[in-house]
Design a protein around this ligand. Structure first.
Ligand code: ADP
Length: 929
């Protein structure tokens, strides 16, 4: 019996399942492989599947646990109690369940695991929502500014609770969209633009508008396509809305202290994810917390603003008090009070000092001060004061008082106030000594008057610009000249009157000056009212402030037309005269040659004939020079280009000069036995000129050395004499027309045209020239002619950042010393100097370096035109790029050193430059900077 009792009957699955079939708890059974073999009605209802869809499938297809493989978990333990699992129900809806299991083995030894499933989705959801709410409230409470808190909350909500989350707050005339959140930033952009076009309609009974109107939430648990279609008639709008994929929407009002502040909307756009009443409660709860937080934030912000405002007021007050104290202590400001009832004036010691009257703390009769005021100002002051008292207003005037014989200006200001007792009127105020200001104003006015007077009376046209170079003043002479009113001229601007052929260069020159702040000088033609163009010289001086910034340019434009015409006439005359002189001279020379042949050299008259011949040669040369100059000026110099052997031409030139001198021997070192393409006669003319000058300016010497050689595709010629030499300051002007060094002008015959013509010829052959000279020791004149017709300045290698190598310069940034090493080589001209300097500027910028070691030791000549460009354009740019120290190592060539010094002296700005003869010394100097 006992045995019978203890022995359990074999487990009967069928009976057990019959029993479970009608149970309210979900139950299922899996075999030892985890395949579902049984499910009761409650289980099928819970998961939403039919028994065909459910039974026969592995349990893991529906159930999962965070703890690991669900089947293992269930089968490995004898019994499982309260395992939290997630159930994937039909239509992908997730539910949460708590599982309990039991294993049963039947008579056939078949083991089944029974699963009992309690749906806890709702609890779980409540728990989650509670967590959201708590976290959100915490965020809001901790937040320094609400906006950041709301951003964080958005992240909590999206996408777990809602796919779209918006907060709109009411303002005076509508709503502001405070938050619009979605996972996809592009969707956010789209929604913003949608909302811009479709703001909340506060008059609507539906949606957010309705919620605001009624204060009641709007909750649509399941949104069907039909619902959307019936609500939105505009097809465009409908298309847009369909993009959202609305599934379920909650819009709740935000209340704070029973006042509606705005609305919050939660949208689910995941198919099957629908909101329920719990969600609605959560939404409402959250909305109220947010409303409260927003309210608090607003109060907080207002409080902070108020505190800041007060602080500012306090600061200003402190400042004003300090200013007042310092004003009062300056002795230039005094305070006063006029008691109208008692007719007593009280003033402080400052006023007593300023006006030179005794100080009395008991006050005095106002007449005492009134009578001091200059009669011309007295009546105005009286009238204004009485008016201020009558109208209880402000009294403000300026008057003069003679203090100790000196006329002084004072500014007075007062305000009428009612005193508390007896309704007395008190006028209280200050007096300020404004004599200095008045004097400055008068001086300014006077100088302006003087300027106006000058501007209106002088014959020149004047203009004044602002600091950007825009003209803002034209004197009346412009009206007379152009026939337009000043206003019209301002409208047309000066460029309207400039000759089209001069305009481009004129503007370039002007813009360069505006950039550098230099003075300006330019010759151009301006159109007068009858349409005729007249030559003018424009000069503009820049006016600078204390910091060296240009304030304005003042320009004068002088009519130089007649002068210019005279010059042209003179040139024409020289041209005609030299032509006319040449013809008879040629005839005279021919007859002279004949005569010379006929006379016996032993004849006494031969000496005279010979002398006459030399003078004839000189005359011929002078006339030829004059003719050349007039041709150069008229741009009519013709060059006959041909290929010739250079040294042969040189020999011919030497021979013709040697022929006319007995005192000097010309020593020739000719090493340019190359073919050169150019105007042979003109090149000979240059050599001829250098040689005759060398002879002329070395009367006590007996030899001249001429050298020719080829270097780097250039023919270089030097003519060296041992004569009087040239002082440094005269070197630059030598190549000007009619220029002669002062102290030689009287001693030596000449017109000062030879070098001008020579320079012109060399330039036309794309060559360059330079001079080395020492007064008393002699000069060497050089010129260079490029064999290819153009000097080649070739790039060899560069990384465009730290180094550049060319055949004329090498530049490299030394990262240890942090300076640019620049080594110029060979013969330079304007082109090479510009090219090298611009590369230097580029590397200086790229390496942000402040120092340059500019080595000219290997320079062999320099083109003087580069000097002006260097000082006016390049140096200021280098300064802007950050250059601070510039070590300049001399070239042995004097001319180049001259050029160097000129550049730096002219435009040092913030740059410190120093000259050296030794590269090492230069490096030491730079290192110590
Ligand atoms: P010119 O010799 O007719 O005066 P140039 O144009 O040939 O005109 O020379 C201009 C000036 O340059 C001369 O007046 C003289 O002062 C100076 N000059 C030219 N060559 C020499 C030289 N070799 N030595 C000294 N001074 C010279």
């Amino acid at each position: 019996m006992l045995d019978q009792k203890n022995k359990r009957p074999p487990f009967d699955h069928t009976a057990y399942r019959d029993f479970l079939d009608d149970g309210v708890i979900g139950a299922a059974a899996i075999d030892d492989k985890g395949i579902i073999v049984y499910a009761n009605q409650a289980e099928l209802q819970l998961t939403g599947y039919s028994s065909e869809e459910y039974i026969g499938k592995p349990l893991s297809a529906f159930y999962s646990s965070e703890k690991g493989n669900i089947i293992k978990l269930l089968q490995e333990q004898q019994e499982t109690n309260n395992l939290e699992v997630c159930v994937i129900c039909k239509n992908n809806i997730d539910r949460w369940a708590i599982l309990t299991t039991r294993h049963f083995t039947d008579a056939d030894n078949l083991t089944c695991t029974y699963i009992f499933n309690r749906d806890v989705t709702q609890y779980k959801k409540n728990e989650d929502l509670l967590w959201y709410l708590n976290t959100a409230v915490e965020e809001l409470a901790q937040a320094r500014d609400t906006h950041t808190a709301l951003q964080k909350i958005s992240k909590l909500i999206v996408p777990k609770f809602a796919n779209w989350f918006t907060i709109d707050v009411l303002n005076n005339n509508g709503t502001d969209l405070l938050i619009l959140a979605h996972e996809d930033p592009e969707a956010v952009n789209w929604a913003h633009s949608y909302r811009k076009n479709n703001p909340i309609d506060l008059n609507s009974d539906r949606g957010a508008g309705g919620v605001i109107k009624t204060g009641k939430p709007s909750f649509v648990p399941v949104i069907t396509d039909e619902m959307i279609k019936s609500a939105i008639s505009d097809p465009e709008k409908l298309k847009e809305i369909e993009k959202i994929g609305l599934q379920s929407v909650i819009t709740v009002p935000m209340f704070s202290k029973n006042v509606i502040k705005g609305v919050i909307t939660f949208i689910s756009s995941i198919p099957g994810k629908y909101y329920d009443e719990t969600d609605l409660r959560f939404a409402q709860n959250l909305a109220n917390h947010i409303a409260l937080a927003l309210d608090n934030a607003r109060l907080n912000e207002a409080a902070i603003a108020e505190i800041q405002n007060r602080r500012q007021i306090e600061e200003t007050l402190k400042l004003t008090q300090a200013q007042l104290r310092s004003a009062l202590s300056s002795g230039l400001v005094g305070t006063w009070t006029l008691d109208t009832q008692k007719n007593t004036l009280y003033f402080d010691e400052s006023i007593s000092k300023m006006f030179g009257v005794p100080y009395s703390p008991e006050g005095c009769d106002p007449v005492l001060l009134r009578q001091l005021v200059n009669v011309d100002d007295m009546n105005v002051a009286d009238r204004l004061r009485n008016k201020a008292i009558a109208e209880q207003g402000v009294y403000e005037t300026e008057y003069r008082i003679t203090v100790n014989g000196i006329n002084k200006w004072f500014f007075v200001r007062g305000k009428t106030e009612l005193s508390n007792q007896n309704n007395e009127k008190l006028l209280t105020g200050v007096v300020v000594d404004i004599t200095d200001r008045k004097r400055a104003e008068e001086a300014l006015k006077q100088s302006e008057d003087v300027f106006k007077l000058i501007a209106e009376t002088i014959p020149q046209k004047l203009f004044v610009t602002d600091k950007t170079g825009q003209i803002n003043y034209y004197n009346p002479q412009w009206e007379e000249f152009t026939g337009y009113s000043i206003d019209k001229i301002k409208e047309l601007t000066l460029t309207h009157f400039i000759h089209p052929d001069d305009l481009q260069n004129n503007l370039e020159a002007w813009f360069a000056v505006v950039e550098n702040g230099d003075d300006f000088q330019y010759e151009h033609r301006l159109r007068q009212k009858d349409g005729e163009y007249r030559w003018h010289l424009t000069r503009a001086l820049s006016l600078k402030d204390d910091q060296g910034r240009v304030v304005k340019w003042i320009g004068s434009i002088t009519d130089i037309h007649d002068q210019k015409l005279k010059e042209q006439k003179k040139d024409e005359f020289i041209s005609i005269a030299s032509h006319e002189l040449r013809t008879p001279l040629t005839t005279v020379k021919a007859f002279f040659q004949l005569a010379k042949k006929l006379i016996d050299t032993t004849d006494r008259s031969f000496i005279f004939i010979d002398k006459a011949g030399k003078q004839l040669d000189r005359l011929e040369k002078l006339i030829a020079d004059l003719l050349d100059v007039s041709k150069i000026n008229a741009g009519k110099m013709v060059y006959n280009t041909e290929a010739f052997n250079f040294d042969e031409a040189l020999a011919e030139a030497v021979e013709s000069v040697q022929h006319i001198t007995d005192d000097h021997r010309i020593i020739v070192h000719a090493n340019a036995n190359v073919s050169f393409k150019g105007d042979k006669l003109r090149v000979e003319q240059v050599i001829n000129n250098f040689l005759t000058n060398a002879i002329k300016y070395s009367p006590d010497a007996d030899q001249i050395i001429i050298r020719s050689f080829v270097q780097e595709n250039n023919i270089i010629v030097s003519v060296q004499d041992f004569g009087i030499g040239i002082a440094g300051e005269n070197l630059n002007d030598l190549f000007e027309r009619f220029y002669r060094v002062d102290n030689t002008a009287m001693r030596f015959q000449g017109l000062g045209l030879g070098l001008f013509i020579a320079a012109e010829i060399i330039k036309r052959h794309n060559g360059s020239f330079w001079i080395e000279s020492k007064p008393g020791e002699g000069s060497t004149f050089y010129f260079l002619l490029p064999i290819n017709g153009k000097q080649d300045f070739l790039d060899i290698d560069t990384d465009n950042k730290t180094y550049y190598k060319g055949n004329f310069v090498s530049i490299s940034y030394n990262k240890h010393t942090k300076w640019l090493d620049v080594d110029w080589k060979g013969y330079q001209n304007l082109e090479s100097v510009k090219k090298g300097c611009l590369i230097m500027l580029d590397l200086l910028r790229k390496n942000q370096c402040k120092k340059v070691l500019n080595d000219n030791t290997h320079v062999l000549g320099n083109w003087s035109e580069a000097v002006d460009w260097g000082s006016s354009v390049w140096f200021p740019e280098m300064e802007k790029a950050g250059l601070e120290y510039f070590a300049w190592v001399y070239s042995p060539s004097t001319f180049s050193r001259m050029a160097a010094e000129k550049s730096v002296d002219i435009n040092m700005g913030k740059i410190t430059a120093q000259f050296f003869v030794d590269t090492k010394e230069a490096a030491v100097w730079l290192k110590n900077k």
